[in-house]
Write a protein that binds this ligand. Structure first.
Ligand SMILES: [Mn+2]
Length: 427
């Protein structure tokens, strides 16, 4: 659905006076520090995050789903939901499809529908971690790493099909997340499993179009609990380096053991020109898929700080990163959850843009640790929300997206349209 611009305008008007004062105050503060607020607003407007097609329904836990009602049950409805998110936040300009959960029947029509909501197609995601009905060979014991070449071939062919679908939609990246692993010592020969995986990835890589990237995601455990074939960024980078220039590592915030220094991983990969994709979520323990910024907002800021520095200092020509939210759980309205997540991403990014990198470099050179920390604190503790709101407002978005969504009764309308029992495909 599309909300009439006048409705958003009227609800923005309720806050306009306060917003004007708050923005003017922040603008003044920033200018006194020699920061150009207009340049920041522009950077925020340009920053877009992809929404995955599987995040629009209530799902996410391994145990139960509690439908929120009005969930999108077709790809078209999912595109409409992302269109709505983008309209309100002006920061969700693309959609990332998961195949085979969302196969477009008529790719051209799907592409046109997405464009009508000002959406592009981001990376396409393959799925060899579950069996689909009618599938010939099971992935129970692995896919690209499987000991049986016939199973590997099936998984390779699936990835090639995903590339073909992505080509028709205008995607420019394939994300491979491999669930392959073992749950018991002795189940896998580590070396052979990795070697078979590398060869399978090579077979897929040959089909990657010239202007595409292949993104290799890693995860330390789950669904298998003793070993994963690609458990960490080192293994992913090793595979990406073996594959070639178009292969990159993808960092998912939830795919680390507790307390891992993710900002350092991001810095290292980016410095090598090998950071291709980034999945946002948050976690208390590991792959909890909680709303971005809900648990560790300071970590998110530190990650953005490394990214902002890396994008400004990029000798290895790390390409533009594919940003995506990869979170889904079963308590909140998924659309509200995504709006909150997008807001937190923009806030963390805006704060990182405030870090005075040259003063920080000087303080680092002097080993003035107190001042180094002060510089980060100054940025992190600045209330940048007026900047983020201003960036939404400039493009016709909502000052307060969740409020608009609630006041206009969007979920009720979706329930009326789609029913209480409608269910989105996915986990
Ligand atoms: Mn992910």
């Amino acid at each position: 659905m599309i909300i009439p611009a006048s409705n958003i305008g009227e609800l923005n008007d309720l806050h306009q006076q306060n917003h004007t004062i708050q923005y003017a105050n922040l603008k003044n503060d920033l200018e006194l520090k020699g920061i150009d607020p207009e340049a920041l607003v522009k950077q925020l407007i340009d920053y877009q995050v992809a929404i995955p097609s599987w995040a629009l329904g209530a799902g996410g836990t391994r145990f139960a789903r509690f439908s929120i009602g009005g969930e999108p049950s077709t790809l078209e409805e999912k595109i409409k939901d992302v269109g709505l998110l983008h309209q309100l936040t002006q920061s969700a300009g693309s959609i990332s499809l998961h195949i085979p959960w969302d196969i477009p029947e008529d790719p051209l029509a799907t592409k046109e529908l997405a464009s009508s909501y000002f959406l592009a197609f981001d990376a396409v995601n393959s799925n060899t971690f579950q069996d689909q009905s009618g599938q010939r060979h099971s992935y129970k014991f692995g896919s690209l790493c499987h000991q049986n070449p016939t199973v590997r071939e099936q998984a390779i062919n699936h990835n090639i099909e995903v590339i073909e679908i992505g080509k028709k939609l205008g995607s420019q990246a394939l994300t491979v997340w491999l669930a392959d692993g073992s749950s018991f010592p002795g189940q896998h020969n580590f070396r052979k499993a990795l070697d078979r995986t590398a060869k399978s990835l090579q077979s897929i890589y040959q089909y990657i179009p010239e202007d595409w990237a292949m993104l290799i995601e890693y995860k330390p455990y789950e669904p298998y609990f003793y070993s994963m074939v690609i458990p960490d960024w080192g293994t992913s980078l090793l595979l990406a380096n073996q594959l070639g220039d178009q292969a990159y590592t993808l960092v998912d915030l939830g795919h680390h053991l507790p307390n891992t220094n993710i900002e350092q991983i991001v810095a290292t990969l980016h410095s090598q020109g090998k950071l291709g994709g980034f999945h946002f979520n948050d976690s208390k323990y590991s792959d909890d898929d909680l709303s971005v910024g809900s648990i560790k907002p300071y970590q998110l800021f530190l990650i953005f700080n490394e990214l902002v520095f890396g994008i400004d200092h990029n000798p290895q020509n790390n390409p533009d990163i594919a940003w995506m939210i990869d979170a889904s759980h079963n308590l909140k309205d998924p659309l509200e959850d995504l709006m909150q997540s997008l807001d937190q991403i923009m806030i963390a990014y805006a704060k990182a843009l405030l870090v005075n990198q040259s003063t920080l470099a000087e303080a680092q050179a002097l080993n003035d640790i107190t001042f180094c920390q002060f510089i980060l604190n100054e940025a992190y503790q600045t209330d940048v929300r007026p900047l983020v709101r201003e960036s939404r407002l400039r493009n016709g978005g909502a000052l307060y997206p969740v409020e608009v969504y609630r006041k206009l009764g969007v979920r009720d309308q979706l329930i009326k349209e789609r029913g209480k029992e409608s269910k989105a495909s996915g986990l």
